[in-house]
Ligand binder design. Structure first.
Ligand code: AMP
Ligand code: MN
Ligand code: MN
Ligand code: MN
Length: 292
């Protein structure tokens, strides 16, 4: 296809579809069940949504079944958000339009889940030393069999009145450099990209502005991601900042990556919502052209 044709096609996709390719359910640290997420997205007339829970795909079949039962016209794109380690930074890689039966994908999910369990136990030990007993048990109850995350530990500390906001739980205890922080044993960036590719999916650098990387380090990350055959980068995530978005689109163009968009919605709040403020300029080359 000629590049002008491709641009026209992308532009059309951009304008005609409402999409959100990053959100969470109760299968990881989201507060809405898979069915509730689908209903909310459907009510907002979102055309395509990807559920991208942390290191799990448990929500996908539940959400798909709900769509079928309710005969909704929303399209679910299967997704996942892998936690990876790159240069001592925890970098999140979203996989989109993946085959949920891929053996390599299922194997990586299993080892990531084991890493989550181990880290949770060690984190609980450190919290116990800080005077807060039984945090693992409580976090596990909140996780209800889904991926156990630091968000659950933050909620435990918040529910016990130890901290007045979830953010403070990260800032005081479980965030990097704080007393109950445990260095996780995530897979490498390259491994996540490879496994997503083997599952027939497209890999996306999640929320590039959330890692506190200087521009120099962000470029290094993008360069390594591209070298490892990564596909795309989120250029809008949650709150909208046109300047940041345009800068990230420029970086996508420079490194020949496609753009993706996602709210990273976890629960209803004042700042972000499913499908909100995610529009892109018309001629942006978008990752979802591959399945449209
Ligand atoms: P985990 O993957 O278990 O390390 O948990 C990471 C999750 O915790 C993220 O996906 C966010 O939902 C949440 N989180 C991470 N850092 C913060 C922070 N500083 N403040 C609030 N929530 C955070
Ligand atoms: Mn999360
Ligand atoms: Mn993330
Ligand atoms: Mn996320």
């Amino acid at each position: 296809m000629m590049s002008t044709d491709l641009e026209e096609k992308n532009g059309k996709i951009n304008n005609s579809l409402r999409v959100d390719f990053h959100c969470h359910t109760t299968c990881s640290d989201g507060h809405l069940t898979p069915s509730e997420i689908i209903d909310r997205a459907s009510n907002y007339q979102i055309d395509q949504i990807a559920i991208t829970d942390h290191d799990t795909i448990s929500a996908i079949s539940i959400a798909q079944q709900h769509i079928a039962e309710q005969q909704l016209k929303i399209r679910l794109v299967s997704g996942i958000e892998f936690s990876t380690m790159w240069q001592n930074f925890e970098i999140h890689v979203v996989g989109l339009n993946i085959d949920c039966n891929s053996p390599e994908l299922l194997a990586l999910i299993k080892s990531q889940q084991e890493g989550r369990e181990q880290r949770a136990l060690l984190m609980a030990e450190k919290l116990a030393k800080a005077g807060f007993e039984n945090c693992y048990q409580d976090a596990k109850l909140l996780a209800k069999g889904g991926s156990i995350t630091r968000s659950h530990f933050a909620r435990v500390l918040f529910n016990r009145g130890v901290v007045s906001t979830l953010q403070k739980a990260f800032d005081k205890y479980i965030g990097k450099g704080n007393r109950a922080y445990v260095k996780p044993l995530w897979c490498s960036l390259d491994e996540a990209i490879e496994v997503i590719a083997k599952a027939g999916g497209h890999s996306v650098i999640a929320h590039p502005k959330k890692y506190d990387l200087s521009t120099k380090w962000l470029r290094r990350l993008i360069n390594d991601f591209k070298q490892a055959n990564g596909h795309a980068m989120e250029v809008v995530s949650g709150q909208r900042n046109d300047q940041q978005r345009d800068f990230l689109i420029e970086l996508c163009n420079e490194y020949h990556l496609e753009a993706s968009v996602g709210s990273d919605f976890h629960f209803p709040n004042r700042w972000s919502d499913l499908g909100k403020n995610l529009a892109l300029p018309e001629n942006t080359s978008v990752v979802w052209q591959h399945w449209n």
